[in-house]
Design a protein around this ligand. Structure first.
Ligand code: FMN
Length: 207
């Protein structure tokens, strides 16, 4: 994995194979440079029409983590981790900034046509429908995030076991947004479970 710092990083294959859900972390804070590097990588995740509906919230405040943990039915990994990422998907925000998603190489006329086209497609959907569509894209970023965290030498656990409305209220996230996951992360202080997965013939069909 390409990096501009001298910390130890894993190859993509190593990161994928070594990633396991970790639920107990060391108290060690995560340097801001590492967090910035992480987001510089995950913002490169692909999305249809390059709409990038993902919006990341990073929580390090201990009192706020206690409240997040309560909203996550007491799951202790939330306060164990030095940092927690809440990954939200906000298609309404995307629609408000459509011109920003258009590639700068396009002519002004092409840009206007593309914005009108996208606007037509998404405004024909309900807020709920396009919210669900955005979530499918944001989950691509979640995959990138989990591997990038591991690649940078950290561990995480993706979580969906929480009260969405409470998390939105705590973080000031709009009601229409969808939360793809809460991801506590840090240096691991416990082992994960060994991988337990389907055999390839259960999940892969060759034609
Ligand atoms: C979207 C998603 C939501 C999850 N929610 C929780 C959760 O709320 N709490 C938890 O302890 N683990 C949660 N997990 C972790 C899974 O249990 C774990 O990824 C799975 O058992 C495979 O184990 P591994 O991640 O160690 O490979 C979640 C995983 C995903 C991908």
């Amino acid at each position: 994995m390409a990096t501009q710092t001298n910390q130890e990083t894993l190859t993509v294959q190593e990161a994928i194979e070594a990633r396991q859900s970790i639920r107990k972390f060391k108290e060690e804070q995560i340097p801001r440079t590492v967090i910035d590097q992480l987001f510089k990588m995950v913002r490169l995740a692909p999305s249809a029409w390059n709409l990038q509906p993902w919006r990341y919230h990073v929580i390090t405040d201990p009192a706020l983590k206690v409240k997040l943990q309560e909203a996550a039915y007491g799951q202790t990994q939330v306060t164990s981790a030095p940092a927690v990422i809440v990954l939200a998907s906000d298609m309404e925000d995307v629609l408000h900034h459509l011109p920003e998603t258009i590639h700068p190489g396009m002519t002004e006329e092409q840009k206007q046509t593309e914005v009108a086209n996208l606007s037509g497609i998404f405004n024909a959907m309900t807020v709920e429908e396009r919210g669900q569509w955005g979530l499918t894209q944001t989950n691509i970023a979640l995959g990138f995030l989990l591997i990038a965290i591991k690649g940078l030498g950290y561990s995480s656990v993706p979580m969906l076991g929480f009260d969405q409305a409470k998390i939105k209220e705590l973080l000031g996230i709009s009601e229409h947004a969808k939360i793809a996951a809460m991801i506590p992360f840090g240096k691991q202080d416990s082992d994960g479970y060994p991988h337990h997965r389907f055999e390839l013939d259960r999940i892969v069909t060759f034609h």
